[in-house]
Design a protein around this ligand. Structure first.
Ligand SMILES: [Zn+2]
Length: 258
């Protein structure tokens, strides 16, 4: 097994709340084990719902509220550093159409590369190649992270991470990225739940699609990981400091990937 210890992890997400919904249990686990965790959020989240929060009724106000929510959530998860790129999050269009947030992906790639260098991250966690459910902003971040690593930090491992609620919904998130490892985040449930509570404007959204009654019920208790860079040979288990940390925390290799 790899001898290098895991000490620095960077999560790169498109919106405030992606860090919690997709990876909150894992980020809390890593923080609890002394790993320095940085969260990078690309947009200001103003395109999302206001959740009935009065200050969030205007787009500018919503950006302010969502930044506060994100700071609250990252504190709840034990994340040490939060970096905001401040891209304006495009409002959802007619028929729930979603949009990427920049036409200048070269600049985005350069910004992510700079943060990888600054944080000396060994591992970057981000969105999957399908943007989970096809969200163009998630796909854009996924592409930019891979671009940044391949171009300027090829020694860094890149994982897509997704959150699941096994008993309530199917597992079709990122169908193109079958999980190499899966982690039951129950031991870190309370930290993830606390972070979900911080994202007050999103509570209705968290519950709506699956008709859940409480935010607690909406905490995705299974987090899964697909290593995108460097690619993993079919059937193999990733062998790197992050995979070792996951296995030490109780992660397993799902049957389909053996
Ligand atoms: Zn998102």
């Amino acid at each position: 097994m790899t001898q290098t210890m895991l000490s620095r992890v960077l999560f790169v997400g498109a919106h405030p709340d992606d860090e919690t919904v997709m990876a909150g249990g894992t980020l809390a686990m890593l923080s609890a084990r002394g790993v320095t965790v940085t969260v990078l959020c690309a947009t200001d989240g103003r395109g999302g719902e206001d959740g009935g929060v009065p200050e969030a009724a205007t787009l500018e106000g919503r950006a302010r509220v969502r930044e506060r929510e994100l700071r609250c959530a990252t504190e709840a998860l034990g994340v040490q550093h939060l970096i905001l790129l401040g891209y304006v999050d495009p409002p959802i269009g007619p028929d729930e159409t979603l949009y990427p947030f920049t036409d200048d992906e070269e600049t985005l790639i350069g910004q992510i590369a700079a943060v990888i260098q600054q944080t000396r991250a060994q591992v970057v966690l981000t969105h999957g190649s399908d943007g989970e459910y096809g969200h163009p902003a998630h796909v854009q971040v996924h592409r930019a992270v891979l671009g940044a690593v391949q171009r300027s930090a090829p020694e860094v491992y890149v994982y897509g991470v997704a959150g699941h609620l096994p008993d309530v919904e199917d597992r079709l998130w990122n169908v193109s990225d079958p999980a190499h490892l899966a982690l039951d985040i129950t031991p870190w449930f309370e930290a993830k739940h606390a972070a979900m509570l911080c994202h007050h404007t999103q509570h209705a959204l968290f519950k709506r699609r699956r008709n859940l009654r409480t935010v607690r019920e909406a905490v995705r208790t299974l987090e899964t990981f697909h290593r995108h860079h460097p690619p993993v040979p079919p059937g193999a288990l990733p062998d790197d400091p992050f995979a070792s940390a996951l296995l030490a925390a109780g992660a397993w290799q799902p049957l389909h990937s053996r």
